[in-house]
Design a protein around this ligand. Structure first.
Ligand code: GLC
Length: 491
């Protein structure tokens, strides 16, 4: 069966680049062509996946880069961690390099300090290496490492949508960590099991959540919205009241840039409106339906009204920056948004969390996209035993408890949800447990296996065009249907 050229790993054979490629790179880097056009031409030219990834990430750099702040080191981060019993101390002197967190991640000080505690307890040195901020750019970077069978990094943080893509480069953890895996949610362990091999241990899970400002709802005598229509009306009311005093104020912030985060937002709009899950588990492409189209149209209506005009360039970083500055009434974000809100004087104590709103009409429901990250050990590692020990530690109930208490990160171990410390620090975690455990909606990564990256890129590119008004929702849905069918044919 033929494979799309755009999917191969590896360099461009070290040969000088032919003209159409140079031209495409120049046009793409200077922003003269859309990402979609770039992807289309790159595929036609048969460019390698790493090269396309580099072009994509170069295209997004420079956009609101001023907002990408690296959090300052914090000696108190991780101070609640109780060291797990039984970590190996016979591997002292080994060094493990771990790609964890990222440069703009507010959890970075916690993770860095946790690694230092591990090093102190075991004698295993840990080199902490922050990864790329955007999921798909991070995957491209990993793929380059894997293609070269590089032993530079031993432990990798991997997204919940990647097991099918990275499995062949992972150590099977069944033997070393099989017992530990038994503590974690079964569905996530199953997601991390490829061809009977355990390719990663769950570190934390994620689900899209709805944040609201309790002080503003009170001021305007409103209830937390439960439908998108209510959200729209309430956001407009608050915006009308606040804008005069604060020109930077906006109603609702979310992730609209053409990247993996938009796939998560778009899926929530569709599913909450009864519009299906892009590609269903039985491989039916369901994207082109009236409810999904209506959901996209609704979101497009937010751009430049209740949401900023440049929301189409927002990732989590931009979203949280606007929110923590006190400049939005509502926000869609992951659970870390709670801890970040408590750290921000402008909003601390004024934030509520609820499930994301529902659509209207038949099939409407609450929908939260399932996210989350796992830790895998590279097959090319020269220190797999020490690497496994670091994974055991970071995914342990002890570290997950502190991660939930200090940073409101969702545990993947049921018993941690029962901890009174977790409930006291992040009251919404036990309250919304069912959202995380059963109700979250998966992206179509299992059904599209190692082609998930292509599916998601086609989705977020097109949805971003709909939001920007360069494509209609109807045309977008029809073209996605065609693209997904073509991609699935390759499987
Ligand atoms: C969060 C989720 C991850 C998702 C990403 C998109 O990190 O945990 O699964 O892919 O956001 O931006």
């Amino acid at each position: 069966m033929s494979r799309a050229n755009g999917r191969q790993d590896g360099p461009v054979n070290g040969k000088p680049l032919p003209n159409p490629v140079t031209r495409l790179m120049a046009e793409s880097l200077t922003g003269q062509i859309s990402r979609r056009e770039m992807l289309r031409r790159a595929t036609a030219l048969g460019l390698s996946a790493p090269l396309v990834g580099l072009m994509l990430s170069a295209q997004t750099k420079g956009v609101r880069a001023q907002d990408a702040v690296t959090p300052a080191p914090d000696p108190d981060a991780g101070s609640t961690i109780v060291m797990p019993q039984g970590l190996r101390t016979d591997l002292g002197g080994a060094t493990v390099a771990a790609v964890l967190s990222d440069t703009t991640d507010p959890n970075r000080p916690f993770v860095e300090n946790a690694c230092a505690k591990f090093a102190e307890a075991t004698g295993i040195n840990v080199t902490f290496v922050p990864g790329e901020t955007q999921s798909e750019a991070r995957l491209q970077a990993y793929r380059q490492q894997f293609a070269g069978q590089s032993s530079d990094f031993d432990v990798y943080q991997i997204d919940v949508i990647w097991p099918g893509i990275v499995a062949e480069h992972a150590v099977d953890l069944s033997e070393g960590l099989g017992e530990a895996a038994g503590q974690h949610f079964e569905a996530i362990v199953k997601n991390n099991t490829v061809n009977d091999q355990l390719i990663g241990l769950p570190w934390f899970t994620d689900a899209g959540l709805f944040y609201y400002r309790t002080d503003l709802l009170e001021k305007y005598q409103l209830q937390p919205p439960t439908t998108w229509d209510e959200l729209q009306t309430s956001a407009q009311t608050i915006l009308d009241g606040e804008r005069a005093a604060n020109p930077a104020f906006t109603g609702f912030v979310w992730q609209g840039r053409a990247y993996e985060g938009l796939t998560c937002n778009g899926l929530e709009w569709q599913v909450s409106n009864g519009g299906g899950a892009i590609i269903e588990e039985d491989a039916t492409v369901s994207i082109n339906n009236p409810e999904a189209i209506a959901a996209f149209e609704r979101a497009r209506g937010w751009v430049g009204t209740i949401s900023p005009q440049d929301i189409t360039t927002f990732r989590e970083t931009e979203t949280i920056n606007v929110w923590t500055a006190g400049n939005a009434a509502f926000m869609r974000n992951w659970p870390y948004g709670w801890a970040s809100s408590q750290d921000a004087p402008a909003v601390a104590g004024k934030v509520g969390v609820a499930p994301l709103p529902q659509g209207t009409g038949e099939g409407a429901r609450n929908a939260a996209t399932l996210g989350g990250w796992q830790l895998m050990v590279s097959k090319y590692s020269k220190n797999p035993e020490a690497a496994i020990e670091l994974v055991r530690f970071l995914c342990s109930p002890e570290v997950q408890t502190s991660f939930a208490v200090e940073r409101s990160m969702l545990p993947t171990i049921g018993s941690v949800y029962e901890s009174p410390d977790v409930a006291a620090a992040s009251e919404f975690i036990p309250r919304l447990r069912e959202v995380f455990e059963g109700g979250a909606v998966a992206r179509p990564s299992s059904v599209s296996a190692d082609l998930y990256g292509e599916v998601s890129a086609a989705y977020y590119t097109t949805v971003n065009e709909i939001l920007s008004g360069t494509t209609s929702a109807e045309e977008g849905a029809a073209s996605m249907e065609e693209e997904f069918n073509a991609i699935l044919e390759e499987l």
